[in-house]
Design a protein. Sequence first.
Length: 249
Amino acid sequence: MPEAWLRPYGAFHLCFLLIGVPAAVALGIITARRKKEGFDSVTFAVGIALAVGEAYKQLFYPAVEGAWRADLFPFQLCSIPMYAALAAPFIKNERARRAVYTFLATFGLMGGVASYIAPGTMLRPYLPIAVHSFLWHLALIFLGVRAAVSRRAGGRFSDVLAMYLALCAAAFAINLGFHATNPEVNMFYLGPTPSNLPICRDITEMFGWGVNSVLYILTLSLGAYIISLLWRLALAASDRKGTAHDENK
């Protein structure tokens, strides 16, 4: 594949963006409206597919580069939907289960969409890994849309926020644990290694990684909250439309 294709908004990116993303959204909506009995099975199957893809990635780099990449340890924000999809069908507590699905519909969906808007982290130099990353983020969009449209999501945002903050704490602990031997490790881009994300990189250079991390957490939390509000408005509008249609029959 020509190197120019593996650039932001190059042919490779645009094919996934213009075909893959609408397909993931449509498939999420369609499968959300199917029988309730099979919902968790599909969620779990996607989780298995993501886990297999992650295992392939973890084995790919040692085979090609001769060493394991600690910075690719699977605990980024966009890695969490894999664990969520594997765990959700087995969570018995309704509040906790709804929080996990709400996480998929907010933070997970936001991660998938944001990665397609700014695809730098997905455009890996190896084509199989680039394809894996693009498919991975399509799965995040699919899971997020499906969780929201099916109304499995919709729990208290405070529960989801608590979940996110706990994950941030775990990610930061991983960063500290690796920092002495593998300073390139930067789970959730929280530091102390400077973030290489657009805008975050500039903030880090001007104010330091600590300020950037706090602003990053606040920004993502606000973004997820806005997405949760948009889902509520969209579903409420859908309900009103359905009620009006029934009354006109």
